[in-house]
Design a protein around this ligand. Structure first.
Ligand SMILES: [Zn+2]
Length: 72
């Protein structure tokens, strides 16, 4: 099951990885996207938990966003 997804450019993904402290062994699902309003890159780390067979809830663990992003 692949739980991480990114719509962001590679260099922005790397910045988020570095900021968060990326390690290959860590299993930390995340979702990357551009803010619909200002196009600022955002990453949300979350934790899935199964509450019934095959049914999952998701707890937000951390949100990273870029301050002072200039919309292009
Ligand atoms: Zn925004």
């Amino acid at each position: 099951m692949h739980l991480s997804h990114s719509n962001l450019k590679q260099d922005i993904q790397k910045l988020f990885d570095q900021f968060h402290g990326y390690s290959e062994s860590m299993w930390e699902p995340f979702l990357d996207f551009e803010c619909y309003g200002c196009a600022s890159p955002v990453r949300i780390y979350y934790e899935p938990w199964e509450f019934a067979m095959g049914c999952y809830g998701y707890t937000v663990v951390e949100i990273i966003e870029v301050m002072n992003w200039e919309k292009k």
